[in-house]
Design a protein around this ligand. Structure first.
Ligand SMILES: [Fe+2]
Length: 314
């Protein structure tokens, strides 16, 4: 059988110096051969976020695409899936707006290793997604702060400090929040996570990180704010404007993201499919551990050792 590998047609165009690349040559249906998947994985390791434009896939196609990178999670540990598509989470402006910095589902023991977002309804203006490199943030830290961060562990929970206090919510919002925390999760993760495929270090904090183990609430907040300021530096952030037929794949182990709430009352809908992840490992080689909540109905655990290569090898 003679087939031409589509990987030979792949091209990557960097979108910023530190994060993001646009991919061309993967085809509108994103049906990939093994060589292409390998090339995309290497590009994901390097660029952290890959943007595909002019694609033509439905929920089924998005699930197939995400599965090239590992087993899927279900839609969410507590939030219902799209009807008939158990691995698809609707990210709909009708159901709230993720205008806070976070890494997806870090309150469970093994958060997704990668997330895909696909445009379904694009607002006429605004609604961009910001994606930040937590690796660049770590590299930006002065050496004493880098060393200090490497000693810290943080408790991540889905019952986190919301930007909007409960008394300001309407009934529908209160109901959504109740569903979100219908199972309460608390997991301790290293503040500096070592990427299992590249050995690269990144700050692993974000909106679900509530406090630092061994420190008071006030001390925790100050330190998390100090470190988070490096993640959200404009130089470390890709600002992705959505258009129809677009999909982004980002490495959820070493990025944070934020959905800008700047599109008034226009509808906005993305569908999310996530790839099951490994248990994070810190700079000292120790693994994350769960304090509360079982997520085995949501995600299998990916083997951390699978495909490990030395830094710079891919
Ligand atoms: Fe998210």
């Amino acid at each position: 059988m003679t087939t031409t590998s589509t990987s030979t047609r792949l091209e990557f165009r960097k979108l910023t110096g530190r994060i993001g690349a646009e991919v061309t040559g993967a085809g509108p249906a994103l049906e990939l051969d093994a060589g292409t998947v390998t090339a995309l994985r290497a590009a994901l390791n390097e660029h952290k976020a890959l943007v595909f434009r002019g694609i033509s896939i439905d929920d089924e196609g998005q699930q197939r695409f995400a599965r090239y990178f590992g087993e899927l999670t279900t839609a969410h540990p507590t939030v219902p899936a799209v009807a008939g598509a158990p691995n698809v989470l609707p990210v709909d402006s009708e159901d709230g707006r993720s205008n806070h910095w976070h890494t997806d589902v870090t309150f469970v023991l093994n958060p997704p290793q990668a997330s895909t977002l696909r445009s379904v309804v694009v607002p006429p203006y605004g609604g961009e997604t910001l994606i930040a490199s937590a690796a660049a943030a770590y590299r930006d830290l002065p050496a004493p702060l880098r060393d200090f961060a490497g000693t810290l562990w943080a408790v991540h929970t889905n019952d986190y400090d919301y930007a909007i206090p409960p008394e300001s919510l309407d009934e529908a919002e209160r109901e959504r929040r109740a569903v979100f925390i219908s199972i309460r999760y608390e997991t301790v993760h290293p503040v500096v996570r070592v990427h299992p495929l590249t050995g690269e270090r990144g700050l692993f904090i974000g909106g679900f990180a509530q406090r630092i183990v061994g420190l008071s609430t006030g001390e925790s907040r100050d330190i998390l704010r100090l470190l988070q300021a490096y993640v959200t530096r404009p130089e470390n952030v890709l600002r992705l404007a959505w258009e129809p037929g677009q999909l982004v794949l980002f490495d959820n182990r070493i990025t944070q993201h934020y959905a800008i709430d700047n599109y008034d009352d226009a509808p906005r809908r993305l569908n999310r499919v996530t790839v099951a992840g490994d248990v994070p490992v810190g700079a000292d080689g120790k693994q994350s551990y769960a304090l509360k909540g079982d997520a085995s109905h949501y995600t299998p655990v990916a083997g951390a050792g699978r495909g490990v290569s030395s830094p710079g090898a891919s």
